[in-house]
Ligand binder design. Structure first.
Ligand SMILES: CC(C)(COP(=O)(O)OP(=O)(O)OC[C@H]1O[C@@H](n2cnc3c(N)ncnc32)[C@H](O)[C@@H]1OP(=O)(O)O)[C@@H](O)C(=O)NCCC(=O)NCCS
Length: 161
């Protein structure tokens, strides 16, 4: 990843840039409502990737009350793909999940979307499939490991090599 890429929380100033990227990629990620983005910016649940002061990608998610975080959308502007931006967004989100004591990061991706190879590359496991409104969806899950917390809980089923 270029050293010029910064991952940070979105602010309302990023709204139009994020919405533009979402709209261009509507076929892949579906229609993203401006109101939903605003709500998540206010909650601190939207990350942006910035290069040369320009937003080039985003991850929109929700920390549920239980131990799950749900990733709604991740998207990188086409001309910036293949440079590690998507990985950097997910790495940052996973760190945030660890800090919050979350156990699972889950998402659904249309079966015909190339992004399935991306999730597999990043260590997600396919845990199910379901029929979506228009397309079949693959359910992906990443178990969030947090060694310190697991030890504090009095042992772990996790094997850390
Ligand atoms: C999926 C997406 C976010 C990946 O972002 P990206 O910045 O291009 O991904 P990265 O460069 O960080 O790639 C990380 C790894 O995944 C792999 N990867 C990424 N996209 C891939 C693809 N389409 N097919 C196969 N592997 C892929 C990369 O090769 C890389 O592996 P490496 O580190 O071993 O080289 C981006 O392609 C995108 O925005 N797609 C359109 C929106 C979308 O479909 N989002 C998902 C909806 S469910």
């Amino acid at each position: 990843m270029s050293e010029r890429i910064i991952i940070r929380k979105a602010t309302l100033k990023d709204l139009e840039a994020v919405k533009r990227i979402a709209d261009v990629n509507r076929a892949s990620i579906g229609f993203v409502l401006r109101a939903a983005l605003i709500r998540n910016i206010e909650r601190g649940w939207l990350l942006v990737a910035e290069e040369d002061e320009m937003v080039v990608g985003f991850a929109n998610y929700r920390h549920r009350r239980d131990d799950q975080t749900t990733l709604y959308e991740i998207c990188v502007a086409e001309e910036h793909r293949g440079n590690g931006v998507g990985r950097a967004l997910l790495d940052r989100l996973i760190t945030e999940c660890q800090q919050m004591g979350k156990r699972y990061l889950r998402l659904k991706c249309p079966a015909d979307n190339e992004a399935n190879a991306f999730y597999s590359k990043l260590g997600f496991e396919q845990v199910g499939r379901e029929r979506g409104k228009r397309r079949e969806l693959i359910i992906w899950e990443k178990i969030i490991t947090n060694l310190e917390k697991d030890l504090a809980r009095g042992g772990s089923t996790l094997c850390v090599l």
